[in-house]
Write a protein that binds this ligand. Structure first.
Ligand SMILES: Nc1ncnc2c1ncn2[C@@H]1O[C@H](COP(=O)(O)OP(=O)(O)OP(=O)(O)O)[C@@H](O)[C@H]1O
Length: 249
């Protein structure tokens, strides 16, 4: 479902005379199969967001090739948009001044979702994510947890086969976090949606992901099951401690 073959992405920064090249992602290869739920970890600046931007066609790789749902994200960005859902926890894709309902209706137009499918899907998501009482509330008046549920709904209205989540539980309280994780687990189990999850919360990883990939300085430093990851550590070490050790070297 997601295939990266020797992907690199560099940026040129600085002014004339002090220009330098930052290799955000280097020689990155991995495959995520249909229906997998994979955690994509790495310290700040490791290259996670750059990878996600390339997967969704926002950024083109400087080398290598990418396929998502069989499509080249840069060349087939519009076609891919119908098959992929993306949530950036740190910013909303909803319209700040519009009630949730209007934001969803706009998304229906943008993605050309059939009216009947839209009603059914919105009904299901509204119930599962407990958004019923918030449909007429402008997005700017929603709490972070409510807004996040709105963003997840927006990303799933067109029933994508791949969902990419960039820190979807950031800032959520323990109850909202548990509800979000429960929803994502069911989405993956019941609909077979392929999920790639970036997070700094090891609870998300432990509760949701069988497989974990760890990126550091733009390269893959670990790719295996959560159990494999635990097995790299002495008995009794928490997953947070294991990851901290891997991040630092
Ligand atoms: N548009 C850009 N121009 C220049 N450098 C960039 C750009 N985007 C990212 N970088 C650099 O690429 C590297 C990887 O950044 P990226 O945002 O992918 O990291 P990340 O793993 O998502 O980090 P975080 O966990 O802090 O969000 C960093 O050194 C960053 O400064």
């Amino acid at each position: 479902m997601i295939e990266l073959d020797r992907v690199g992405r560099s940026f040129t920064v600085g002014r004339r005379g002090t220009k330098k090249t930052v290799h955000a992602v280097r020689d990155l290869s991995f495959t995520v199969g249909a229906g997998e739920f994979v955690g994509y970890l790495g310290p700040n600046g490791a290259g996670k967001s750059t990878t996600i931007k390339m997967l969704t066609g926002i950024l083109a790789p400087t080398s290598g090739s990418i396929r998502v749902a069989g499509l080249d994200p840069t060349r087939r960005r519009t076609a891919l948009a119908r098959r992929i859902g993306v949530v950036f926890g740190q910013r909303t894709t909803l319209w700040w001044d519009l009630p949730l309902r209007d934001s969803f209706e706009l998304i229906r137009h943008l993605y050309k979702v059939d009216q009947v499918d839209f009603r059914r899907r919105l009904g299901e998501l509204t119930e599962l994510l407990d958004l019923g009482g918030l449909m007429t509330t402008p997005v700017r008046q929603l709490s972070l947890g409510q807004r996040m549920r709105g963003d997840i709904t927006a990303a799933l209205l067109h029933d994508p086969t791949v969902l990419v989540l960039d820190e979807p539980t950031i800032g959520l309280d323990v109850v909202s976090k548990a509800a979000m994780r429960d929803f994502l687990r069911r989405l993956n189990a019941d609909r077979g949606t392929t999920v790639l999850l970036t997070t700094h919360d090891m609870g998300d990883i432990e509760k949701l992901c069988r497989r974990v990939m760890l990126i550091d300085h733009g390269s893959l430093a670990f790719d295996g099951t959560l159990d494999d990851l635990r097995a790299t550590a002495p008995e009794g070490e928490s997953i947070e401690e294991v990851v901290t050790r891997l991040y630092s070297g």
